[in-house]
Design a protein around this ligand. Structure first.
Ligand SMILES: NC(=O)C1=CN([C@@H]2O[C@H](COP(=O)(O)OP(=O)(O)OC[C@H]3O[C@@H](n4cnc5c(N)ncnc54)[C@H](O)[C@@H]3O)[C@@H](O)[C@H]2O)C=CC1
Ligand SMILES: O=C(O)C(=O)Cc1ccc(O)cc1
Length: 336
């Protein structure tokens, strides 16, 4: 990648020549618009076609200058070298069916969906021979959605997981790998099945827990709504951020990663039963041992540099610096 770099700006290296001639992004929400910002900032694509079925979204794209061309018609993928589907997981079959006939021979189709097995199953049957499918999932996002929420640095130093089905042309995978690296992401390749199990425990079940706890708190008869808001500075506040995530997107994720999520929920329920028992019987050792183990996991994540801002917060907190008592979790995406 480095030999193709001409200059380094505030957003990182800019490419000497675009990696992709014609890029089509379908779905200009948080992720689609962030890709467009990142590609523009770094000269990754020659021409960008922004496609969305919602006229209001296209209007915002025009106002924000997102895309060199904009259309509500999936025929807009015609002539694209790379098409990236940035739509809810439940919309893939219909979109793939409608766009399939317009793809040029050799086109690479990728995506950003949070579930991979279902996306492959929905998309592959509709892709003409001679095109390539290289599914991707940037493990980076916020609780915000829509074209106004995107920003160029969203993927920087974040993981992007590729799940090319067996038999995928290595050159197609390499192109998509280079595309994400050019936006600042670290790329890892694994099977779709493995991806869906890993993400079920690291992302999907945590979101379900957040939705559930906020719902439960809201339903409690003995705690008023104003008390929930007033005293939400504790752990509950972090849950409310996650529970503000897009309902359509998350409904689709749970419906399309059903098996892995149910498997992980089964394990979680068993472990919650063990904790309930420890609390009931005053078994402090069980609680202390678990909390010691989980604290080490958290510190391991930070020392691996996966969350530099929070590591910095932790350091400043230890030093007693000004502002260290605030919550390190941003309520707003940078630049939004
Ligand atoms: N929000 C996040 O933090 C992350 C989301 N993802 C995945 O990225 C994908 C997109 O998520 P967001 O950008 O957050 O969603 P979003 O809600 O911000 O944007 C989705 C866009 O897709 C458009 N759309 C929906 N159906 C369409 C169709 N049939 N044809 C054309 N456009 C259509 C909508 O009008 C909307 O503009 C989802 O699959 C999600 O699982 C992946 C990583 C992080
Ligand atoms: O905002 C958060 O905490 C997230 O977890 C964002 C996110 C949502 C969905 C994904 O598939 C990946 C990342």
């Amino acid at each position: 990648m480095d030999s193709a770099v001409t200059s380094t700006g505030p957003l990182g290296p800019s490419l000497a020549a675009p990696l992709v001639g014609r890029l089509a992004i379908v779905g200009i929400g948080l992720i689609g618009s962030s890709i467009i910002h990142a590609c523009k900032a770094r000269g990754i694509a020659g021409t960008i076609v922004a496609i969305d079925r919602d006229p209001a979204v296209l209007e915002r794209c025009a106002a924000l200058g997102l895309g060199d061309e904009r259309t509500g018609d999936l025929a807009g993928v015609a002539g694209a070298d790379l098409v990236v589907l940035c739509i809810p997981v439940g919309a893939f079959a219909a979109v793939a069916e409608a766009m399939g006939p317009h793809l040029k021979p050799g086109a690479i189709v990728s995506d950003v969906g949070s579930v991979k097995g279902s996306i492959i199953a929905q998309t592959r049957p509709h892709l003409p021979a001679g095109t390539h499918l290289v599914p991707a999932h940037p493990v980076a996002g916020t609780e915000y959605s829509g074209p106004d929420a995107g920003f160029a640095t969203l993927f920087q130093r974040r993981w992007c997981i590729l799940t090319p089905p067996e038999g995928t042309e290595p050159a197609a995978t390499a192109l998509v790998e280079g595309f994400w690296q050019a936006m600042g992401a670290n790329v890892e390749i694994m099977s779709a099945e493995h991806h869906d199990r890993v993400l079920a425990i690291t992302s999907h079940v945590p979101h379900l827990i957040a939705y559930n706890i906020v719902g439960t708190a809201a339903d409690l008869e003995t705690v008023t709504e104003s008390e929930v808001i007033k005293f939400s500075a504790g752990g509950f506040r972090d849950f409310t951020r996650i529970a503000a995530s897009d309902p359509t997107m998350w409904r689709d994720i749970f419906l399309h990663n059903k098996e892995a999520v149910l498997e992980m929920l089964g394990r979680l329920n068993e472990d919650v039963a063990i904790l309930s028992r420890a609390i009931r019987w005053g078994d402090g050792d069980t609680l202390f041992d678990l909390f010691t183990r989980t604290r080490a996991i958290r510190r391991g994540i930070i020392s691996q540099g996966q969350d530099a801002a929070e590591a910095d917060f932790g350091r400043r907190h230890a030093e007693g610096a000004e502002g260290a008592a605030g919550n390190p979790t941003s309520d707003k995406p940078a630049g939004a």
